[in-house]
Design a protein around this ligand. Structure first.
Ligand code: GDP
Length: 457
């Protein structure tokens, strides 16, 4: 089947050193042939893949830019098709002119994500890997990048494939046995199947649990800082965002009215909720009793409770201690540079949480805080070699569906239902998991997934 040739600017639409205009499809080499002029005559149809050609992009008599043209021959290219990347000067205008030229000579503008969509449709990668491409681009921290690259390399794909194969094997066995009862007996098969289903349920459960970490890896730890007035909350925030240690960016929160400040600490992101109630730190204690503040604390993955260790605990502290009893929290005994009256032991009689002595003023104890957070959320360090992390909500939902279906299989076994009941739910689980790799989803969903990609990717 002949595919049309698509083209897009693959680099950012801003003036920079180098820009890349990318083209993929059956007519790629014919088009570049018409608009390339080098010292020597070239026939791109016959040039080797992975070669670079120095020359000019021309439109008839007009020279547009001096370029390097890289050619990749399908199927050994990202999309699996013949592909050309034109490295030109990175001006917005010149990139647009080159794009216009390739379009004039037969390409059409690519949709967002269309190159990756083609890679998926041409079997170069499964859907989970295609989705990892965009996750790599959007990675905001070291862990997010590592987990996305691991997914790109196919860890999720492999894991899901293995589980699906097992499900399919047993479904096929049941179907065959039911078709041929004279030769294949399903007597006692329920018990055998239950062992398999239990094992699969366990594997899926582990993936679901990993998705909690996965979200935190990808999006950061939703954090709220609490403490009575003058405990040192703003000072702490300043130290955390301060100088070379952190990059501060404004990112959109999950709800529309909440903005979060994202702080990068050694590869993990803390998204400090920056709501009216929380930004106005002087108000925090008054608002502690108010539902809104509780709501934020409830939604948080982490509460950082700053205690002023130079002053006695008071009713504000008690109220906060009450509020965070059941939450994931870390307690910072601040102002350790002063004479202190609050000790860890004293606090321990009220609450059991990790405690660290810090001084926001002298910036001490911050390394310990970082290590404590890593231990709390990632159990030390994350290994991406042997563990699969589910970071994608769509994948998580599909795994949950598969999990539910397999539970139904177990229920049918327990209730001694006929064997075809097993296979119906086994097949449902098989289908749900197939939506992760893209084998069982419709064109609409595929289009929707790729429409969220960047232009030129
Ligand atoms: P907030 O109301 O909780 O945000 O507290 P601030 O960060 O505004 O700090 C209140 C006061 O405590 C300020 O005068 C800070 O300079 C001071 N402060 C904060 N942290 C420390 C610390 O670690 N040591 C000392 N000595 N003073 C601190």
């Amino acid at each position: 089947m002949k595919t049309d040739t698509i083209a897009a600017i693959a680099t950012a639409m801003t003036n920079s050193g180098i820009g890349i205009v990318r083209m993929s499809g059956d007519e790629t080499f014919e088009i570049i042939q018409k608009i390339y002029k080098g010292k020597k005559e070239k026939y791109f149809q016959e040039e080797k893949g992975y070669t670079i050609h120095y020359g000019y992009i021309v439109d008839g008599e007009e020279t547009i830019d001096e370029v390097l043209v890289m050619i990749m021959r399908g199927p050994h290219s990202f999309t699996g098709e013949n592909t050309v990347e034109i490295n030109c000067h990175g001006g917005v205008y010149v990139m647009k002119r080159i794009l216009e030229t390739v379009i004039k000579y037969g390409a059409r503008p690519a949709e967002p994500g269309e190159f990756t969509k083609r890679a998926f449709l041409n079997g170069r990668m499964d859907l989970s890997q295609a989705e990892a491409v965009i996750d790599v681009i959007h990675s905001k921290n070291e862990y997010a990048l590592k987990s996305s690259v691991s997914q790109l390399k196919g860890t999720v794909h492999q894991k899901i494939k293995k589980i699906r194969e097992e499900i399919l094997y047993h479904t096929a066995f049941i179907e065959t046995a039911l078709d041929d009862p004279e030769h294949i007996s399903v007597d006692g098969y329920g018990g055998e199947l239950k062992v398999v289903v239990d094992k699969l349920l366990e594997e899926l459960k582990a993936l679901l649990i990993s998705s909690d970490n996965g979200r935190i890896i990808k999006e950061g730890i939703k954090t709220v800082i609490v403490g009575k007035p003058n405990a040192g909350k703003s000072s702490l925030l300043n130290v955390l965002v301060g100088e070379d240690r952190a990059i501060v960016t404004d990112i959109e929160g999950t709800t529309r009215d909440v903005l979060e400040e994202s702080i990068q600490l050694q590869g993990i992101s803390l998204n400090i909720m920056d709501t009216a109630g929380i930004r106005n730190t002087e108000d925090i204690v008054e608002k502690i009793g108010v539902d809104k503040a509780k709501e934020h604390a409830n939604e948080a993955d982490l509460i950082i409770y700053v205690v002023d260790a130079s002053r006695n605990l008071d009713e504000n502290d008690m109220e906060i201690i009450q509020m965070i009893q059941d939450k994931k929290a870390v307690i910072l005994l601040n102002k350790s540079d002063l004479a202190t009256v609050v000790s860890k032991d004293m606090l321990k009689s009220y609450i059991e949480k990790p405690m660290i002595e810090i001084s926001a003023k002298e910036e001490s104890g911050i390394k310990e805080l970082e290590q404590t957070l890593k231990d709390m959320f990632f159990h030390g360090d994350i290994s991406f070699n042997d563990e699969v992390y589910i970071t994608n909500i769509r994948h998580k939902a599909a795994i949950q569906d598969a999990y539910d279906s397999l539970e139904k299989v177990n229920m049918s076994i327990e209730n001694n239902m006929p064997e075809d009941f097993y296979s119906i739910d086994l097949l449902d689980a098989y289908e749900s998991l197939g939506s992760i790799t893209g084998e069982t989803i419709g064109e609409d969903l595929v289009n929707e997934i790729f429409s969220k990609f960047c232009m030129g990717k």
